[in-house]
Design a protein around this ligand. Structure first.
Ligand code: HEM
Ligand code: HEM
Length: 144
């Protein structure tokens, strides 16, 4: 149940994040004014990501991979690439990605120019997107 929620919410998170990055890159390159719409898209992305963070934490503690660590120890888990991905690499990179989104959103508020706002979000959300893409358990997800 929680696994399906995390898996399904991941589609929304990924799509919304890609949309937010494309939106600010367009705003930046075509020197647009930073409008209310741009704030909403960025804030919505932040909220969707924070929700995925919470769902992810729950999924983590009830996962078979975490149970494996409890039974066999961290050392044994690190030797299994698929278990290491789920208990270490995926959570770590996703937390860093969500932290980047949060920092980017906070920092854009302190920018005084439209260009500065677009630039800040493009940079931090762009890094977040790369982190997310790098450590999604693709083989597991797409076979779902
Ligand atoms: C483990 C759970 C969560 C953590 C650690 C977390 C952490 C944070 C942090 C550090 C900020 C930045 C504050 C700032 O500098 O302005 C923030 C802002 C925010 N978070 Fe979360 N959050 C979590 C869950 C959620 C959830 C579940 C939601 C909504 C459903 C949410 C919605 C927001 C919103 C709306 C903001 C404010 C954006 C603004 O600055 O206007 N967060 N959160
Ligand atoms: C941007 C944030 C995130 C995205 C886009 C994301 C995406 C995904 C996807 C696509 C899967 C595969 C689901 C499937 O098998 O169908 C997955 C699995 C998983 N994720 Fe995340 N995730 C995020 C954040 C997190 C965080 C923060 C944690 C933990 C702290 C976490 C823990 C897990 C766990 C434990 C699984 C394996 C579930 C299982 O197979 O039982 N995720 N995630």
């Amino acid at each position: 149940m929680i696994k399906m929620l995390h898996s399904g919410w991941a589609y929304i998170t990924l799509l919304v994040l890609i949309f937010a990055v494309v939106n600010v890159v367009i705003g930046l390159t075509s020197k647009k004014e930073f409008k209310d719409k741009d704030l909403r898209i960025s804030l919505f992305t932040l909220i969707v990501a924070h929700l995925q963070l919470i769902i992810g934490f729950i999924a983590f503690f009830v996962s078979a991979q975490f149970a494996y660590v409890l039974d066999n120890g961290m050392g044994a888990a690190m030797k299994e690439p698929e278990i290491r991905l789920i208990v270490l690499e995926h959570p770590l990179m996703m937390i860093l990605a969500i932290a980047a989104i949060t920092v980017g959103f906070s920092k854009h508020k302190r920018q005084t120019t439209d260009n500065g706002k677009f630039k800040t979000i493009a940079l931090y959300y762009g890094i977040a997107l790369i982190f997310v893409l790098s450590r999604i358990p693709w083989s597991q997800w797409l076979s779902f």
